[in-house]
Ligand binder design. Sequence first.
Ligand code: NDP
Ligand code: GDR
Length: 326
Amino acid sequence: MKRALITGISGQDGAYLAQLLLSKGYKVVGLIRRSSTQEANNTRLNWLGIADDVELVDGDLTDTASLIRLVAEHKPDEFYNLAAQSFVGSSWQQPTLTANVTGLGALNCLEAIRATNPNTRFYQASSSEMFGKIQAQKQSETTPFYPRSPYAVAKLFAHWTTINFRESFGIHASSGILFNHESPLRGREFVTRKVTNAVARIKLGRQKEVRLGNIDALRDWGHARDYVRAMWLMLQQDKADDYVVATGRTVSIRNMCEIAFSHVGLKAEDHIVIDPAFFRPAEVDVLLGDASKAKNALGWVPEITLEQMIQEMVDADLKRVAAEPA
Ligand code: NDP
Ligand code: GDR
């Protein structure tokens, strides 16, 4: 039985990745940080019905000793580092925390592997945000980076550290440069889920409008279920490498809103209010990924369209909102 350690298991991707690995017969250990409301750690795992099938262990990405102990104890075949302060907007409010968790956290994981079990294969959750102010119309593994937020700068540190540990110590360390991916398990602060949740609440008469920032930004959106499959495929290769994971289609926030509102027979323009509070100090205007390498080397292609995903998210939010007290 293969063993996997996942940091960030309580997050969107951690939950879907745990589900995928369990379906492949893995023993899954998930790192969670101590909180005064432990049940929050299980929300997404419960949603997928797998909370009882994974082992949750205490630790923190900023506490190298906890990572060393966990790798030494569990000797994972595969280590997926998905934990991060992952909200770009918050990274201007908490840049030092973001650097510590999202940047140095990856180094701490790699140090734990290097010190205790160098044969563990490592996956780093890199991000299309590293392309930032884009230097090519379609971004691939060879496109130069231009980060535009403390989050993206921290991810870039983690990305190059992953490559450096591969080249310096021969660790099987791969980096997935994943473009935006969403699902019904997406946090409500991210724009797709903010919109699908608002659509459900407006449809059910709980609110009238949704306040948004720059709705002209363009994103290449996929489904988290498709994207965790790419993570797993990367660690099954003989050689570690870096891969862009994207759909190759870019859509504005405005158009994404139209897809979401029209699913319940409403018009987006009747309910969107532009609010300067949601504009960012520096914006990433457009992202569009070229995932040819992942297609050719891993045989990975996305299976779920943006329309299918947004409709799934709206339907899930309609159920959740209907179950909440008015
Ligand atoms: P989420 O925000 O849903 O999950 C983040 C996870 O990190 C949570 O489990 C959170 O725990 C955990 N975490 C935060 N700080 C710490 C810490 N100090 N120690 C241990 N765990 C911590 O993110 P996603 O699932 O969407 O993303 C997964 C990874 O992929 C992240 O690294 C993200 O930056 C990256 N990424 C995501 C993309 C996307 O579109 N979703 C695209 C590209 C990259 P808690 O529940 O306690 O807060
Ligand atoms: P992003 O996702 O920053 O791309 O990072 P987010 O959904 O937060 O923003 C996408 C775009 O929408 C614009 N926007 C708004 N965003 C939010 N959150 N709220 C709003 O009200 C709003 N109005 C407009 C933003 O300005 C932006 O242009 C996500 C995260 O998952 C990262 O962890 C990951 O690395 C990248 O995707 C790839």
